[in-house]
Design a protein around this ligand. Structure first.
Ligand SMILES: [Mg+2]
Length: 266
């Protein structure tokens, strides 16, 4: 039985990528990911960004490594084929169809929900191709209260969930998350959770930071308290360093110099 980590799932913003650092993805982490890829591991960037947002940031990071898979908007899967990313068609088509059906059902309620928010908070409410209601709150305190309100509403609609990342939130179908997308990629590769590593820093990462999807869990030092608690409660690793350096630290904690799992961390 293999004792290697074969699939590495990293959140992007605040985990892999730190906007104001130079380079935004530490060279040490790029080298480590390249080494693991050369040993047959696959790397997925599992993000809330859309395609153009991720490609723009990856380009700006000028990284020497490329992910093998990307998960966009916490729900769609793309597979790298040479220089381009091609959709995992059956997953993405089902994802689009179920979201369309769900959003049709809630569309009549959206103006009322938006009014509730904008009459109480200085917040931006808008729709985009991925959600009939998207939130950009003025601060995290406001986002907490608005999230609570939207979450209460979502509990009344089967399948509906609210995905939050910092001051941003959107509606989504609960069958599609960073966690279910990671499970689908593991299934495509024929991997078990014992071969999967996942790291993230915010609320939208919680669905993938679960032992049912990844045996090797981690959070960088900058992760929010709820994420650190969830990771620690499952015997995961809380890095002492933030962002990409914390990801490298966690991978090094779990792996020896040959890219194999330490016997003590089984
Ligand atoms: Mg993040």
């Amino acid at each position: 039985m293999t004792r290697d980590i074969k699939l590495i799932s990293t959140d992007f913003d605040g985990t892999l990528f730190a906007e104001f650092e130079n380079p935004p993805i530490p060279v040490r982490l790029q080298q480590l990911l390249a080494q693991l890829q050369s040993r047959g591991a696959k790397w997925v960037v599992n993000t809330g960004r859309d395609m153009s947002g991720l490609m723009e940031a990856l380009g700006r990071a000028n990284a020497s490594v490329q992910p093998d898979f990307i998960v966009l908007v916490e729900r769609e899967i793309y597979v790298r084929d040479g220089a381009k990313f091609v959709p995992h068609a059956s997953w993405n088509e089902k994802c689009t169809r179920l979201h369309q059906e769900l959003f049709e059902r809630i569309r009549p309620d959206v103006p009322r929900l938006a009014d509730w928010i904008t009459s109480r908070f200085k917040a931006t409410v808008y729709q985009d191709p991925y959600s009939p209601l998207c939130l950009l709150a003025g601060n995290n305190g406001d986002a907490d209260q608005i999230y609570e309100f939207l979450d209460q509403y979502a509990r009344t609609v089967p399948g509906l969930t609210v995905v939050r990342n910092d001051v941003y939130a959107r509606f989504s179908h609960e069958a599609f998350s960073k966690g279910t997308a990671l499970a689908e990629i593991a299934r495509l590769l024929g991997l078990r959770p014992e071969q999967v590593f996942a790291v993230g820093d915010h609320l939208n990462d919680l669905p993938m930071l679960k032992l049912e999807h990844a045996r090797w869990l981690a959070a960088p030092a900058n992760a929010i308290a709820q994420v650190k608690q969830a990771v620690a409660a499952q015997n995961g690793y809380i890095a002492s360093m933030p962002h990409g350096n914390g990801v490298a630290e966690a991978l090094e904690f779990y792996l020896d110099a040959h890219g194999r799992l330490h016997s003590t961390s089984q």
